[in-house]
Design a binder for this molecule. Structure first.
Ligand code: PEP
Length: 253
């Protein structure tokens, strides 16, 4: 599960708001079975909250971890509809996505809120995957580094050094998510190297070990090229994580 750079290699499926008990059972069993043949890669799935129990049951004893797609920035209280990080921890989750572009776009999540959520996840002993990325308009305006740099800086400012060492990042250009358009491996590597350099400027130890995943229309046909890049430590996979065969090919890449 460790790259030649000594960093954890991981592929996480983001099911988004898809699934049913029947379809999930088939998918989870196939992924659990296939992942046994992939000892080099950590594999995880992030499922909608109601299906976490099913993940826990069907993935028990398998090499596949599971996680949630969001979390509350609060620990407990009158926050109807929210789910707290200690609840996810009690349940056995390993990972929690925070700041996915769909949360930022449809729920108005700010960088500060995203990092507050990451802090709750860390306090609960889980691993946050902090998602960041630019829109097409921002890329075309030459603002990619300014945008992702600003998103990252809030985490660098608000998290302690020991917390940063436990964070994962996911670079997900918004224009590549669910669109079928993927960043070229060179475009993705350039942003990953930029992000790692920015972490390095504040915390060299964390920069060396921090996994930075790429997400955005990763498919069986493009995963190997992306994952071969020096600063790309794996992927966050949306659509293709819903088909076990595709997801396993990506995990094997
Ligand atoms: C995602 O939802 O994080 C994602 C990367 O989606 P897709 O792979 O479908 O582009």
């Amino acid at each position: 599960m460790v790259s030649t750079q000594g960093r954890k290699r991981l592929v996480i499926g983001n099911w988004k708001m898809h699934g049913s008990l029947g379809a999930n059972a088939a998918l989870l069993c196939a992924v659990a079975d296939g992942a046994k043949g992939l000892p080099e890669t950590g594999v995880a799935v992030c499922a909608p909250f109601p299906y976490l129990a099913q993940c826990r049951e069907l993935l028990a004893g398998s090499p596949v971890a599971w996680g949630a797609q969001d979390v509350s920035a609060h620990l407990q209280g009158a926050y109807t509809g929210e789910v707290a990080a200690p609840m996810l921890a009690e349940f056995g989750c390993g990972y929690v996505l925070v700041g996915h572009s769909e949360r930022r776009a449809y729920h108005g999540e700010t960088d500060a809120l995203v990092v507050a959520k990451a802090a709750r996840v860390l306090e609960a002993g889980l691993t946050p995957v902090i998602c960041m990325g630019e829109t097409l308009a921002q890329r075309e305006a030459g603002e990619t580094e300014a945008v992702v740099g600003a998103q990252l800086d809030v985490a660098l400012d608000l998290l302690h050094a020991d917390q940063l060492a436990k964070v994962m990042l996911a670079y997900e250009p918004v224009w590549a998510i669910g669109t079928g358009k993927t960043a070229t491996s060179e475009q993705a590597q350039a942003v990953h190297a930029f992000l790692r350099g920015r972490v390095d400027a504040r915390n060299a130890a964390a920069a060396k070990t921090m996994p930075i995943l790429y997400g955005g229309s990763v498919k069986p046909g493009n995963a190997a090229e992306l994952f071969a890049m020096q600063d790309i430590d794996g992927g966050l996979i949306g659509g293709a994580s819903l088909a076990a065969a595709d997801f396993l090919v990506i995990c094997g890449a």
